[in-house]
Ligand binder design. Structure first.
Ligand SMILES: [Zn+2]
Length: 218
């Protein structure tokens, strides 16, 4: 009875992952086949355009082959008919596989990168880059006005207005995970998303401050 129950749970789990048809499973089959040098097999998990791109690429360069490659899943973001799956490459770096849902089947799609949903890791990196830019603006402001550590702006509005006005910051940045309804690229949005903090203390994001992908400038 115990074994039967185990099998029932196992087959249910298989059903839930769609017998290997979700973005994660498709990305795994595609990536593993490609790394194992099975190009025509990998193409079965990709859109027609992507298949053509692979053909062109493999006719021009020797595709890297690693027979021991195993797909090391990190995360999956599904946004309607589009998905992005992040995995760890053999060297330890992360890479993304973009997918689209066509006729109810997920296929790897390597074109129009920009329209693909951003993963939590990408959003975190974008936000940290913004905070670095704000921090550099603070340093430049402090140098110009001889402000020392501990000095603070009267408000974040005043700080951002000064940074952009003096062109230390090229735009009013925003956090990609913010739930603020203020328009992106406006002073109101920058103020809604970030706390400038005094000179000598790092700028902070108000949106994602805890968890694995917390937006914290170190
Ligand atoms: Zn953020």
């Amino acid at each position: 009875m115990k074994i039967l129950k185990h099998i029932a749970i196992l087959s249910l789990a298989l059903l839930l992952v769609g017998c290997g048809s979700g973005p994660r499973a498709t990305a795994k089959m595609y990536t593993e086949n490609l790394w194992h040098g099975k190009i025509s097999e990998a193409k079965k998990y990709a859109t027609e355009q992507t298949g053509k791109l692979i053909d062109v690429a493999s006719s021009m360069i020797a595709m890297p082959i690693d027979p021991d490659f195993r797909f090391n899943f990190i995360e999956e973001i599904i946004d309607g008919n589009k998905a992005t799956v992040t995995y760890k490459k053999p060297g330890g770096e992360t890479d993304n596989v973009n997918l689209v849902k066509i006729d109810n089947k997920w296929k790897v799609h390597l074109v129009d990168d920009e329209n693909m949903p951003q993963t939590a890791l990408q959003k975190k990196n974008e936000c940290i880059n913004n905070m670095r830019r704000i921090e550099i603006s603070k340093d430049m402001y402090a140098l110009e006005t001889n402000c020392t550590n501990g000095w603070a702006f009267a408000s974040d509005e005043e700080a951002f207005t000064a940074f952009v006005g003096k062109e230390f910051l090229k735009d009013y940045c925003y956090c990609p995970t913010s739930t603020s309804t203020e328009e992106k690229g406006t002073l109101a949005r920058a103020v809604a998303d970030y706390k400038v903090n005094p000179i000598g203390s790092n700028v902070s994001c108000k949106s994602r401050i805890t968890g694995k992908n917390a937006h914290i400038l170190k």
